[in-house]
Design a protein around this ligand. Structure first.
Ligand code: S3P
Length: 171
């Protein structure tokens, strides 16, 4: 039996986890999983609805349950929600599950990307550019200690699939 390949993309909102994750899964011909999408399907609600109706803590619990229920014998590329690695020892769990890859980007870059891309991202709804940058700086200061535990850290803001593949191959 072939050893399963499991890559887990982590990083802040706007880092490109879903975008690159889908491309990577197609290239490697293994399934793509997006934690937000799976949670939405399972609970038949959008992320925004879950935050509004049940609160952030309830959402974090759903993320935890999602990670615990993943089948470690299968190959996959997983894109996690930006906060998932930073709660209740999830980073330890995903590090055990497969190769974690932190897509690192600066607050300036992330804010520019997220400014007009905040739909279904309840933590940054209605933010203006400067507010957004400040929010990202503060959150990143807390979250980076978790993200930095990834097996691979890539700091390249215009990262392409080919670059990601090279990093994985050389690891
Ligand atoms: C969140 C990131 C979102 C989503 C939720 C909370 C966060 O996922 O899970 O809105 O806490 O950073 P993306 O990183 O895919 O936008």
């Amino acid at each position: 039996m072939k050893t399963p390949k499991r890559y887990i993309l982590i990083g802040f909102m706007g880092a490109g986890k879903t975008f690159l994750g889908k491309q990577l899964s197609e290239k490697l011909n293994i399934p793509f999983i997006d934690s937000d999408e799976e949670i939405e399907k399972k609970h038949n609600s959008t992320i925004s609805e879950i935050f509004k109706n049940e609160g952030e803590e309830a959402f974090r619990l759903k993320e935890k349950k999602f990670i615990e229920a993943l089948n470690p014998s299968e190959s996959f590329v997983l894109a996690t929600g930006g906060g998932l690695p930073c709660y209740s020892r999830n980073m330890d769990l995903i590090n055990k599950l497969g190769k974690t890859i932190y897509l690192k980007a600066s607050p300036t870059c992330l804010a520019a990307r997220l400014l007009n891309n905040n739909t279904n991202r309840p933590l940054i709804e209605n933010n203006q550019l400067e507010q957004l940058k400040q929010f990202i700086k503060e959150k990143l200061a807390v979250r980076e200690q978790f993200y930095n535990d990834a097996s691979i850290i890539i700091e390249q803001e215009d990262l392409k699939l080919e670059d990601l593949l090279k990093v994985i191959e050389n690891d």
